[in-house]
Design a protein around this ligand. Structure first.
Ligand SMILES: Cc1cc2nc3c(=O)[nH]c(=O)nc-3n(C[C@H](O)[C@H](O)[C@H](O)COP(=O)(O)OP(=O)(O)OC[C@H]3O[C@@H](n4cnc5c(N)ncnc54)[C@H](O)[C@@H]3O)c2cc1C
Length: 486
């Protein structure tokens, strides 16, 4: 019997922390506190407003430094939208709305129309595209047959050839009732799922579908999630399941007029206890039956609060450093690796901004680490005066890490070379991104070890590590944790 009066501490006011609070409320819990160290909610969904001038008119527009898009498969995010009363635009965009159009460019700036067989026709190109189409079909069939069960959030059991989680294929309301009814869980055994521990490139080779990487690479590697020779296939296929991947290809995507941060601001405003800002959790002690959380407020003052339970939505490798981590926690969390994703918002020389987003596929290989892989044009109405966000990765397993300042310089050079010389940067950052474990640790059952720790010392782990580093997977992970443990 759950005790809805329990005092619960949530660390982090990003999508995972706010969705944890929302799902707790849906289950009748209201005695919770969210601590957020920054002066804003939304975490990596951060959408600053910039003044932009076009045709002599200056106006303020929202831009994205972090999350941009969603798709029809974003069920948990839909529940956040519903709760906050704030909804996406798309997939059909009207004039005046941010858009998701894009093109591919070669490094000399020429358009790379690689998906259209009529442009630069050659039999090699035509046969390549036919082969790609066939392999897409094959992968779709394999995922529904050989890999049945892959399509749920999280990684519980996968390394053992089992699956258990909320189905990604089921639409609708989360179903969190007082009876803890979460109707859309799926569970089963499928030894083939063990293949998903392989790096994605090996998984594709094993199944004779290597061509599909040409489709998956843009919304995966350029979005900062790593390279296919290192990332376990489970992460790739759980985020970019076949349905979501096709939504990307067909550009049936969602985006938000005032930016993704607004989803979380609105949710925060509707919560019974909005996040307490500028309050960093600096210490956690968990003596028998209690959780003692020490917080540092803006003025540097430290106080300790007592709770019954703790939900950690922030990086677990950081948590291990400020909490009284057990040997098991410390060893497990030390295996977490993350991507170093870098981006900036830039204004370009007058009339020289890209007027559509672009992928630089040649830069999406480890040999081109630190080079610009994608740029995002948000406002079609600003034409070639629209600032753009530019993105690059700074790390890859087996390659020396790139220095942040060097990456910034390389990105500037790339943009100039492609034809978009940068005039001014409004903002630049390197982000702790997409925490995960290596293919070997995945195969060794890392995620099952984490699952076995859920609830010990009254501590529950949520956030990006549970399933994947996107808005949907993090919010769905909160739904799962709250659904099963509260
Ligand atoms: C450039 C970029 C592009 C992206 N594009 C997309 C996209 O298009 N679609 C998509 O779905 N996702 C996208 N994402 C990913 C998405 O933003 C993240 O997966 C999501 O924000 C993760 O939510 P979270 O709450 O787990 O973590 P975070 O968003 O990182 O939030 C964690 C919060 O915890 C706070 N915190 C940390 N430590 C402490 C502490 N000790 N005490 C108190 N507070 C603390 C942080 O300040 C932060 O606010 C993108 C991210 C980036 C950076």
């Amino acid at each position: 019997m759950s005790n809805t009066n329990e005092r619960i501490c949530i660390i982090g006011g990003g999508p995972a922390g706010l969705s944890s609070a929302m799902y707790l409320e849906k289950k009748g819990y209201s005695n919770y506190v969210i601590y957020e160290k920054l002066n804003k909610v939304g975490g990596k969904c951060w959408s600053p407003k910039l003044k932009v001038t076009h045709n002599g008119k200056t106006e303020e527009k929202s831009f994205e430094t972090g999350a941009i898009m969603g798709a029809i498969t974003y069920h948990a995010v839909s529940e956040m939208e519903e709760f906050g009363g704030y909804y996406h635009k798309g997939p059909d965009f009207k004039p005046g709305e941010p858009n998701m159009r894009r093109e591919f460019r070669k490094l000399d700036g020429a358009i790379d129309d690689w998906t259209n067989p009529k442009v630069d026709f050659s039999f090699k190109k035509l046969f390549g595209l036919i082969k790609l189409k066939k392999q897409m079909k094959k992968l779709n069939e394999l995922m529904q047959t050989k890999y049945v069960g892959y399509d749920c959030y999280g990684h519980i059991g996968v390394a053992k050839g089992e699956y258990y989680g909320i189905s990604k294929g089921v639409d609708g309301y989360c179903g969190a009732t007082a009876e803890n009814s979460f109707p859309n869980y799926i569970k089963g055994t499928n030894p083939n799922l063990k293949d998903l521990a392989l790096p994605f490139a090996e998984f594709c080779k094993l199944n004779g579908v290597e061509e599909v990487m040409r489709i998956w690479i843009a919304p995966f590697t350029s979005f900062g999630y790593g390279f296919f020779d290192e990332i376990p296939a489970a992460l790739v296929m759980k985020y970019l399941d076949v349905t979501t991947a096709l939504e990307f290809v067909k550009l049936r995507l969602w985006t938000w007029q005032d930016g993704t941060q607004e989803i979380y601001k609105r949710v925060n405003d509707k919560l019974k206890h909005p996040a307490i800002l500028e309050t960093e959790v600096v210490k956690v002690e968990r003596p028998e039956g209690k959780v003692l959380v020490t917080i540092r407020s803006k003025d540097g003052k430290e106080t300790t609060e007592e709770f019954d339970k703790l939900i950690v939505t922030t990086p677990l490798d950081w948590f291990a450093k400020y909490a009284d981590a057990t040997k098991e926690e410390a060893e497990l969390f030390a295996k977490i690796v993350h991507e170093r994703y870098c981006d900036y918002i830039a204004t370009f020389e007058e009339g020289k901004s890209p007027n559509i987003s672009g992928y630089l596929v040649e830069n999406m290989v480890p040999e081109r680490l630190g080079h610009a892989m994608v740029y995002y044009n948000r406002w079609q109405c600003l034409d070639r005066d629209c600032p753009a966000t530019v993105y690059a990765l700074a790390n890859h397993t087996g390659s020396p890490d790139k220095d942040f300042d060097d990456v910034m310089k390389t990105m500037d050079e790339d943009m100039k070379r492609v034809g978009f010389p940068i005039k001014e940067k409004h903002f630049a950052q390197e982000v702790y991104y997409c925490p995960h474990v290596s293919a070997q640790d995945y195969a060794d059952g890392w995620y099952d070890k984490l699952e076995a720790l859920q609830g010990t010392k009254n501590t529950f782990y949520a956030g990006e590590i549970i399933s994947f580093g996107d808005m949907e997977d993090t919010c769905a992970a909160s739904k799962d944790i709250v659904g099963r443990f509260f």
